[in-house]
Every structure is written in structure tokens, then in C-alpha cells.
Design a protein around this ligand. Sequence first.
Ligand code: GUN
Length: 295
Amino acid sequence: MAAKIISGTEVAGQIREELRKEVTELKEKHNVIPGLVTILVGENPASISYVTGKQKTAKELGFYSLQDNQPDNITEEVLLGLIDKYNNDPKIHGILVQLPLPKHINETEVLYAINPKKDVDGFHPVNLGKLMIGEADYLPCTPAGVQQLLIRSNVETSGAEVVVVGRSNIVGKPVTNILLQKQKGANATVTICHTGTKDMASHTRRADILIVAAGKPKAITADMVKEGAIVIDVGVNRIGKSESGKAILCGDVDFEAVKEKAGAITPVPGGVGPMTITMLMMNTVKSAKVHAGLV
Ligand code: GUN
């Protein structure tokens, strides 16, 4: 039987509707407007596309939103100065520096410079450390989006065998930490597979929930998936361009084959992608509330 398609577009739409109401109420009752700045260095086409999506959504939700474009040859010192400016700007509740940064800039230094209380990406080590001990203020957006997709699709995570493919700091490690917490929407038994894993398929075939962030198109084939498993594909691979010049995307899972075996699966595009942006908006609203002393 073909898998149920878990639509991130649909779930993200529900959450955005909830956020829109919250933003209106914050404005009307408390005169608080969530503020988000996205800093883009250089002209990487994928980064431009991500940042444009983030800004568009922020505007749609009624945020105060700023797009700060900087040239490829900006010095680290100037970039750190900009971050300092936004750290001290009371209208800004969320600061996002789009990654990757040019090679001459130390990415870690830049992420460390963001005030953890404005780190709506959830990448600052303070926030990652808090996540590790189950005290997170801001969850990284993509892993948080994966968890919300599972919760809102009524997938039982408690006691489930979750296998994560990929150990990145942005997805694999944080999603593992989120799902193993003794909390609602978590409490799973989690295994991480990576490029050093021997016999990957022996792990992925055990998964009730398979989360794939391998960074490789069609890394997961149907023979690697258990019948009825829930498959969450975090991959975004640009495999070409349409006639109109739009990027053609595919995930890390062989969607056509795996959907015949899985119980449910997320598509690419329209799966995890829209959830990432939505979680960024949710973190920014939360930050605005924290800064206003409302939570
Ligand atoms: N580059 C790819 N994904 C992300 C993300 O979630 N946040 C930032 N800041 N950069 C990224």
C-alpha cells in the first residue's frame, strides 16, 4: 500500500495561522512587534532563496523584518560589529546569519557572537547545551520542524525506534537530542548513523521512524526501509534547473520507491522545508514575548 504523504506545507500553514493570531494579539494588547533580522553575506543562490523565503514569511506574519545584505569580502570584524549592533537593538528579537559564510570568516566566532537570547536559529552553544539537558529556550529550526511534523501527524514517538542518518550540528545531533528527551513528542530510542557506520541498512531497517539528513540524493533506497516505517526526508539537493530557471530539488530518500513501502513519508519539496521557516518564526515570536517580559 502506498504511504501517506506527510505535507509540511499543510502543517506549516496551520502553525503559521496560529502564529498570525498570536502576532496580532501581541501588537494589539502589548504593543509588541516581533523583529527579525536576516544577515546574508555574498550571493550564494541557495542562501538567497532561503533568506528570501524567511523574509517573505516574516512579513506575511506581520513581523518587523530586516534583510541585511553584505558583500562577499566583508571582514569578520565588520560582521561582528553588525551583530553587536543588532544584539543591542530593542526592535530586534531574532538574529539569523545565513550559513555557509565565506571561507575567510570564522563561522564559529560569528555564531558565538549572537546574543543567545536572540539566537532564534538555536545554533549558539549555550542553546545547544541547554537542549542537551532538556532545558532548551530555542530549538534549532529544522530539528524542531521534524518533531512538530511527527507530533501533528499523530506519530507516536515514545518508545519508538528512531534512526537518524547524518550527524551534522544543524540536524542530526540536535534532532537526536530532541527526540531522546523524556518529554511529550519525544522519549524515543535513538540511533545515529553516519559515514563511519558499518552496515547502515542493518540500522535503518530497524527504524519505526527514519530521519534522513545525509546530504546525498537517494541515499536511502527501498531495501533499507522497514515496511510501514515513517520516513522524514530532510535532504535538499539541487539536481538541475527547470526551463524557467527554477531549481529542481530532490531529497536524500528515493521517494518513488520508498513510498511504496513506508507507512508515511515527507516529500521534497513540501516536507521539512516549510517547517524550518515556520519554526524560525515561532522562535522569534517566543523571543519577542521573553524580551517583553510576557513569559
Ligand atoms: N543554512 C542552511 N540551513 C540553515 C539554517 O537553518 N540557518 C542558517 N542560519 N543557515 C542555514
